[in-house]
Design a binder for this molecule. Sequence first.
Ligand code: ADP
Length: 461
Amino acid sequence: MNASDHAEKTTDVQQEKPAPAGAVTGREQRPSNTGSTKADSASRMSLQEAIAYLETQIARVEEMQQKHIARLERIIEVSRILNSNLNLQALLEDIISIATELTNTEASSILLVDKKTGELHFEAATGVKKHEVATEVVPPHSVAGWVVRENTPLVIDDVSQDPRWSRKIDDATGFTTRSILGVPLRVKDRVIGVLEVLNKINDEPFTEDDVQTLCVLADQAAVAIENARLFQQSDLISEVVHELRTPLTSIRGYSQLLLSDIKPELKRQFAETINREAIRLGQLVNDFLELARLESGRAHIAQDPVDLRQVIEEAVSIIRPQAAERDITVNVDLPEDIPTVIGDAARLKQVLLNLASNAVKYNKDGGRVDVSLTVDKDRVTIAVKDTGRGIAPEDLPHVFEKFYRVVDSEQEAVGTGLGLSIAKQIVESHGGEIWVKSEVGVGSTFAFTLPVAQKTKPGQR
Ligand code: ADP
């Protein structure tokens, strides 16, 4: 992001429209004047007064620092939200709602430049359906056209006095615009559109802080919009790059925070976040490579006799500590005789591990996981049943897709969204099938089959 760049650009705005901009900067300058006057009088204070004064000053600085950190954290969070949304329309809706929240305004809209024609169109606006705004071309002499052409933020505190303003959209939507702040959406130096916010709540003028905040948001938003557009004509590569970007954004943001002047206890917390995201990044890369190998048929799948009892027990022993931490009982039910299957023990263990760790991750505290194996003529069926929150019918057909994560999984449990795709590939490469049954609020059962090795005649392996 290039906030300083934007800050300079904002000065251009001030020169262009002296009245509102003067109000903006005037407000910013006042505290430092007041501060120096107080500092002078501090020398004439009694010791007690001076201490009290210093204490309030320290408290003020701490409060400002906390607000600053809170804002930086919110911006990292926002960039995470934006980066993780690849559906263009949903992303635009997210951006306008975050823009109004951050600038305390009534409404927001996004206009994008059509790459082929260079024309500007409304793509999203608060409370308006896409088809209601997207039809008309927005002319170059409009407010948004000016922002695109000049590549500069623009503040208009009273639109009725500005010739660039047109009431056409207001007439179509029934909204009454009084003031506007518009900033360019830029990818590198290319302007791809405009982000506008309308009407400060209580009709206050826009501040310097609003301009800067919206510029920072616009920088993040523009990159996310480009990604989402790329993804629309997408291939696997953009999918992977996108997935890698989310933890990377986090690592970058939190490491920047670490480098700033912050309290030791926050340092530890941020370092832990960085560490967690770095581990996730490593896991994503490994999982993705494994999936790419399996999908392309380049993976070497061993063809050895596999002791399924051992495979199941090893996998279960890995997840037991996680389960114990949340008071989840793990029960394993295996028959005496388990037929041998032919395959890759390490990969089958991976399948079990994915299913069992999901059964714990998405379970409720104090819940239960049942791992069972049943033998049925020429195949065995292994099932992992949990008492978790279950999966909604609309999500169920998608859970084996790459990177598919049910909304909310993101907050609740770490994961890559690749575990089940890998499990499916491995099971199918062994000639088996995998499926899931689930009931919301009751739990899920993931099960898979494996063909039993044909009985061999004496002398054959
Ligand atoms: P992840 O790394 O997100 O766990 P998976 O491919 O293993 O990825 O699972 C995909 C999604 O399916 C998960 O994000 C979660 O939403 C859902 N899911 C998987 N297993 C379960 C389960 N046992 N109970 C509820 N939801 C599950």
